[in-house]
Ligand binder design. Sequence first.
Ligand SMILES: Cc1ncc(COP(=O)(O)O)c(C=O)c1O
Length: 326
Amino acid sequence: MDYAENILGTIGNTPLVKMNKLVEDLPCLVLAKYETFNPGNSVKDRMAVQMIEDAEADGRLKPGGTIIEGTSGNTGMGLALAAIVKGYKCIFVISDKQSKEKMDILRAVGAEVVVCPTDVEPDDPRSYYSVSKRLGEETPNSWYVNQYDNLSNTKAHYESTGPEIWKQTDGKITHFVVGVGTGGTISGVGKYLKEQNPNVKVWGIDTYGSVFKKYHETGEFDEKEIYPYVTEGIGEDILPENVNFEIIDGFTKVTDKDAAVYTQKLAKEEGMFLGNSAGAAIKGLLQLKEQFKSEDVVVVLFHDHGSRYVGKMFNDDWMREMGYIE
Ligand SMILES: Cc1ncc(COP(=O)(O)O)c(C=O)c1O
């Protein structure tokens, strides 16, 4: 018989899928690392379990403890699944710009969800960074995960996602393209791939309103780059420890409108029903056209599933209200 011991045993070993219509104008092979096949429907299951297991191992997380995190949803899902299997409680702090589906889904898997305003400074006591830190201090037998600075996040991708991509492409990958939020995915996968072949190029997808691209290019943390944006999952107004700028060759920024429109295109033209950061990633990849030659093998990673965006990018009324479609 062939079965997993519990749901956590099904994380990883996701498929690599060739992209067709949307990349017709590119000279190279484009392959999608399709992370919605994870049980929580996102890549974040990998790092959630890694962060929990590392915290168990060194005693930060104790039996019956409460896991506290500021999460935009996907990390919360991964943490919640692991918490159910391993017997922990979860409190998640989420910003009010996140889709309602994401909040409902977290509650469905037993988590307590606290909603905070998006439009405040990170050090404001109402911000989701501050609230999650405070809850971590006030709740007995709790552990504050901090996916931004917790390096088990990068480690998960260095140990699983990176080796899978290398093996699935038979070592032929030339470019890795991925959206950057906490930085765990790009830094872990990028480090592993560059250790196998230093010529692999690693490109990050950023959004307007985020500091990453300018910081990478100039070394300056420019507060003028920061303003509210619609795209979910990528871009930051802080520099997380998990973003290893040295292994990143460059960033390209994608507009909110393009990210939303390309989220729809992925579903309608490739049959890939994916989240908003996947739309940003594929549009960013198309913006990088000049980088690619005919023999190249480009891998783009898609983080999460379209079901979490049915009230937004997959709702034409919302798309019209935002001015993204006619
Ligand atoms: C939907 C989505 N896309 C992209 C990202 C960015 O991935 P990472 O945090 O590994 O940089 C995240 C993580 O926050 C996410 O939830």
